[in-house]
Design a protein. Structure first.
Length: 326
């Protein structure tokens, strides 16, 4: 792993030099002291978001007309971004506890910036739905209806599990573990897959996903450092942390995440067939053409990426327990 030092726009927040989410999450070491408010104002506000503040993508990354036409491809992206926007909104509300309970100023500043990051993600996901043709005046109601089943069957159980821990000022490390390992650590590889899927089909959606991924690298790596340092200082907390991870793993095994995600992968499968010329040489991962990939295969690859990323991050944190699986 390599440690980045602040000089100008940090390379991990620069649009053109930031690593991919999987590589960044496995290779970077970032601390809350490093990723303070000044870092965010310099590196994110003036770096990652330069020219992309309102929509999450540059003016050059336009939404193609084929993405505004009714059909399975548009339906797949609307479903994905609608559910992700609701997830990010829920994360924003939960993160208020982290700002309140942070034990020191560097961690308070970091989680304040993460709260802003998640709020921005929810905003740009929603705004792209308008770019896809959802009337703006109907947007919030549309998203609420779209995500109703996901909210009840996935997000509500996750919040019910997390809230007693994240709201407890005496268990801040457990709260950090829930976000870093149980939630974002599991969902990040699916976000990586999203960026790869939409890169050519909808350049605007590809940029939105890339910008969110740059933020997620920071969230995962700083959270991992906080947990690592806490365990070094207080190794007696390890059994408590193991229990939280076991409960999180059990929860992911129970919620119907795959059941909800796979229908849109099948919509994507159907929709991308209309764009063989655009995608004929595009590899979704090395050696595998997107056009030849299958819904179950893509889902399985995201799970494999989860395991690979977890092996590295968990070892860095000093934890031998594998990442919660979906």
């Amino acid at each position: 792993m390599t440690t980045q030092k602040p000089t100008g726009i940090p390379p991990e927040t620069d649009w053109s030099t930031a690593p991919g989410l999987l590589d960044g999450a496995k290779e970077l070491i970032l601390t809350p002291e490093h990723c303070n408010l000044a870092y965010w104002l310099r590196g994110v506000a003036q770096g990652t978001l330069a020219g992309r503040v309102d929509t999450g993508h540059s003016a050059q990354a336009a939404t193609p007309e084929h993405m505004r036409e009714p059909g399975p491809l548009r339906d797949a992206l609307i479903h994905e971004l609608g559910l992700r926007s609701v997830s990010e909104e829920r994360a924003t509300r939960i993160l208020g506890h982290y700002v309140t309970n942070a034990p020191n100023i560097p961690q308070m500043e970091f989680f304040a910036t993460q709260l802003v990051d998640e709020t921005r993600h929810a905003m740009v996901f929603r705004r792209h739905l308008v770019e896809l043709g959802i009337p703006e005046k109907e947007l919030l109601t549309y998203v609420a209806d779209l995500a109703d089943d996901y909210r009840k069957r996935v997000l509500d159980p996750l919040e019910e599990f997390a809230l007693p821990i994240v709201s407890d000022p005496e268990d801040f490390i457990g709260a950090v573990a829930i976000f870093t390992i149980v939630v974002e650590g599991v969902l990040a590889p699916a976000a990586e897959l999203s960026e790869r899927k939409w890169d050519l089909l909808d350049p605007a959606a590809g940029e939105i996903a890339h910008g969110a991924a740059i933020d997620e690298i920071r969230h995962l790596t700083v959270g991992s450092t906080i947990i690592r340092e806490a365990l070094i200082e207080n190794p007696g907390y390890r059994p408590r942390l193991d229990r939280i991870l076991e409960q999180g793993r059990q929860l992911w095994n129970e919620v119907p995440d795959k059941e909800i995600v796979m229908p849109r992968e099948h919509l994507f499968q159907e929709g991308m067939r209309a764009h063989t010329d655009l995608l004929k040489e595009y590899e979704v991962w090395p050696g595998r053409l997107l056009l030849d990939s299958l819904p179950d295969e893509r889902y399985a690859m995201a799970e494999q990426w989860t395991d690979e990323m977890a092996d590295v991050r968990m070892a860095y944190m000093g934890l031998g327990t594998p990442q919660p699986e979906r």
